[in-house]
Design a protein around this ligand. Sequence first.
Ligand code: UDP
Ligand code: MG
Length: 322
Amino acid sequence: MEKGVLVSVIVPIYNEASNIPGFFASLRRILQAIAGYDWELIFVNDGSQDNSQAELEKLEAHDSPELAVKILEFSRNFGKEAALSAGLEKASGLAALMIDADFQHPLELIPEFIKRWEAGAEVVIGVRKKNKNYGLIKRCGSFLFYKIIGRISKLEMRPNETDFRIVDRCVVDAFKGLKEKNRMTRALIDWLGFKREYFLFEANERADGHAAYSISKLIRLAMNSFVSLSLLPLKLAGYLGLFIMLTDGPFGLYVMLGKYVFYWPYAESFSGPAQLALLITFLVGIVLTSLGLVALYIAHIHAEVLGRPLYVARPPRRGRQS
Ligand code: UDP
Ligand code: MG
């Protein structure tokens, strides 16, 4: 039999024992219906506490050259971001597809993702149509997150972007060059650029089990993304200090001059404590501005420590269909 083009499928698993058999069966049926490809399934068991590992090991019986089953087991729960990164690290296909194991990312759409990738898109990003399965807090939070991150990080991220995406080999290789530890996989992929396409889909209900992402986990993830994608929070203190200095300074000068030099009637009414208050506010302005200056230096160190590449180049196109 002729060898097909190898595509990796990365599935992060955290306490999905009840979903795994059904998920694998559907996935296999759908993948085998796509002609011309060989598949490498990479299940990353992110320290599940249930039977997931045993269920995954059962799948190894189905391992074949056309559909390889690989399992990576974490020693404990490191989070989905780490799981996806590990999957990308291990992927050897000409493209890598990431998909959740809880059926929320519709498996029927995989052929469509592949088609778009074949047509030349280097990143095809699944975008949820509605967040109908999410509670109000998650919905508002996610809306705010994307609004703020879009504003402060100069990244083009769409609201409701998901990790359901396929990325070309060149993106995987570039991704592997990013060494920062606090990461949000999809934000980093967006940072890399490349030719992107968006794909609207309607998310299903979670099949079984429950979403492992608690509100606090999501907040932590959001904080990490803010810090790693933008320096604005660091510079805010400086801006505030500048604002205080620029408003308080002239005003204080006006009061001092008016009271002791020109005897302006309005300035005369400022009592001693009021002048002291103005002086102290001004000093606070200076302190905050200095903090902002320190922030600039930290920003430089931050950029150096992240060690992002200066630029990402597109490698010469390889023939995919060969
Ligand atoms: N997941 C993971 N590690 C975690 C949490 C989740 O690998 O710490 C996996 C989970 O098994 C599923 C996917 O990531 O395949 C999405 O998780 P979940 O459904 O909990 O999140 P949501 O649907 O709310 O994004
Ligand atoms: Mg889910």
